[in-house]
Design a protein around this ligand. Sequence first.
Ligand code: NAD
Length: 417
Amino acid sequence: MSGETNPFESLQEQVADAAAYLDADPGVIRRLQEPERVLETNLTFERDDGSLETVRAYRSQFNGDRGPYKGGIRYHPGVTRDEVKALSGWMVYKCAVVDVPYGGGKGGISIDPTEYSEPELERMTRAFAKELRPIIGEDIDIPAPDVNTGQREMNWIKDTYETLENTTAPGVITGKALDSGGSEGRVEATGRSVALAARETFDWLGGSVADATVAVQGYGNAGSVAASLLADLGATVVAVSDSGGGVHDPDGFDPRDVKRHKTETGAVADYEGTEAVTNEELLTLDVDLLVPAALENAIDGDLANDVRADVIVEAANGPLTPGADDVLAERDVTVVPDIFANAGGVTVSYFEWVQNRQRFHWTEARVNEELERIITEAFEGLVDAYAEHDLPNLRTAAYVVAIERVIRSYEQGGTWP
Ligand code: NAD
């Protein structure tokens, strides 16, 4: 991991790289490199021993030109103001790439959630929801899960918001449990779009994902589902890892069984019939497809020289530094960017919000069918832009498509006052 790359600077560089291919006013591009506003706040809550603790929390609302701010909430010690700003910007361009009517936001609490009991996490989450209440809402800003948060936290936030507002507003947050207004298919959605993105990319390159060997870094929601659905498409998953290290079997294994092992033991390590690998070894394995599904900056310019995969599909947000992008482009490694590949999560969050607003429930088949249509159409838009503007890589293509859409809606609204 490269700890030196500031993800917010990476975002700004990615926007600038794409802007070079667009005939846009520099003032407008500048506006697309900075958040509109950032809430930085303290949360004070009671520990189980009766003492009070105060932690730092953030919510960045990056751009709302295309609709309400939308983006997850992360609980991690690495959460900083700049990380949240970067993640909120990536949400703007992600929503625009798949053309869902949202802007971008992101939030987080700078904590290690494993150090707290469930009642402590609930009190902390409700304290965060209380701080967020004035700036979120079904038509304003709609949070969702991210690293170390899930249905449980979303249900708490929904309940706190609805209680304080004395209303019913399930669309204020997505990624909820089904009985609290969640959508079928939301848990699998991010991994599903990663698998679909891989399928489309291998087809585009003239091959088939069914013939691919795969390594996945990070075995949480995004990584474990992507691995399972890639195996369903016929790919051979040969290595996976989590923060406790990785496992490798060149003949492949059943990713769902590894998930069972992780659920039982807490880690992928020691999965039967595999050899241990470090995270660095996993990232440089000789595989056809590498899926980074952990955190930012997993591969920097140095490590990129040792990557042996032909295709990288980014499940995580920002796993490659701009330096890694340059090296991989030079080495003809096809990189499928995060803002497209993991957009299934926000797309099904959008479906959840639509169902909440309509008080209607879609079947899982309908959710998956609509998701597949959106991802395959978005991929076509991306490769068309790549060819039409003669762009250096698919990441720039994704930003070109997204920035054009955001600028169009900004200009149609007009500069005011
Ligand atoms: P998660 O908490 O469910 O899983 C994260 C996984 O990464 C865990 O298995 C953890 O052990 C592993 N990990 C952490 N540090 C690691 C390291 N140094 N090496 C190897 N593994 C490591 O989180 P998630 O929801 O799966 O999110 C993962 C990434 O996907 C994040 O970048 C997130 O922003 C992105 N993402 C998630 C969603 C979603 O809907 N969950 C949507 C879009 C993008």
